[in-house]
Design a protein around this ligand. Structure first.
Ligand code: ADP
Ligand code: ADP
Length: 229
């Protein structure tokens, strides 16, 4: 069974008086095997975020089938979402919380029982123990981003999605994030990441799908793909 299975996925954003409708995804077929580190590579506007937002359940698809960990997003949306952790592109700062509170609230959303919570372990793994009880608004951008990774993992999902994880991130933090994501993958978490940097996909991913204008134009093991570029 695939970690993520996508068949004939389309998305057309409704137009407005000013803008015509936009066909962002034009029939995507994709199988992401369990345990892989899979990269969606493509230029801005290719449709990567749309695809991820459909998986995350925040954008409605127009047509097609999607299942996550064998759970169809139409018939088992809750189970599908439970299998997924998503690190969004933008930093969403919880200004009134500390990192520990933020993780506890997130665990509550997912119904993680108190004795299975692992806030401290996640804070430690992401180098945030010292700031566990500081206000999130006082953290650096890099710390906020690491907190967002921790939040995506509170319910121990088998699949982690990262949308442009290192966009606008300095070299040091990029290395830290890469290293952590690699470790997660080595522990068995299936990773799907989007990027518009070939270097990032090449460095991290064992398989790369290239998306352009709403279509998958190539999908191959990384070494094979690089030989053709
Ligand atoms: P990427 O993440 O690869 O940069 P997106 O999925 O953000 O691509 O965008 C794909 C296309 O859909 C782009 O042409 C973009 O302008 C358009 N688009 C994205 N979101 C919306 C929206 N909410 N309404 C209308 N068009 C959108
Ligand atoms: P169902 O699919 O049965 O409606 P959901 O998975 O949507 O159940 O979860 C129930 C509620 O929890 C929804 O209102 C949803 O928006 C909210 N929820 C689920 N996951 C999160 C999350 N990560 N952050 C915030 N709210 C969430």
């Amino acid at each position: 069974d695939s970690a993520i299975r996508i068949r004939g996925l389309t998305k057309t954003y409704a137009g407005s008086k000013k803008a015509p409708p936009k066909e962002a995804l034009k029939g995507i077929d994709l199988d992401i095997p369990r345990g892989t580190m899979f990269g969606l590579l493509g230029p801005n506007g290719a449709g990567k975020s749309t695809l991820i937002n459909i998986l995350a359940g925040v954008v409605k698809k127009t047509s097609g089938e999607v299942s996550i960990w064998g759970r169809d997003i139409d018939t088992r949306p809750r189970d599908a979402r439970a299998a997924l952790g998503v690190v969004p592109q933008e930093i969403v700062a919880d200004v009134f919380f500390t990192p520990r509170e933020s993780l506890e609230v997130q665990a509550g959303f997912y119904g993680v029982p108190a004795d299975e919570r692992r806030s401290d372990a996640l804070l430690a793994a992401l180098g945030l123990s010292d700031k566990a009880n500081a206000y999130v608004r006082a953290l650096s951008g890099g710390m906020k981003r690491r907190l967002m990774v921790a939040k995506a993992l509170v319910h121990a999902p088998p699949v982690l999605i990262l949308d442009e994880p290192t966009a606008g991130v300095d070299v040091e933090l990029r290395r830290q994030l890469w290293e952590y994501v690699r470790r997660l993958n080595a522990e068995g978490v299936t990773i799907l990441l989007t990027t518009h940097y070939l270097e990032e996909a090449q460095e991290l991913c064992d398989t790369i799908a290239i998306v352009n204008r709403g279509q998958v134009v190539a999908c191959e093991p990384t070494p094979q793909l690089l030989r053709r570029l």
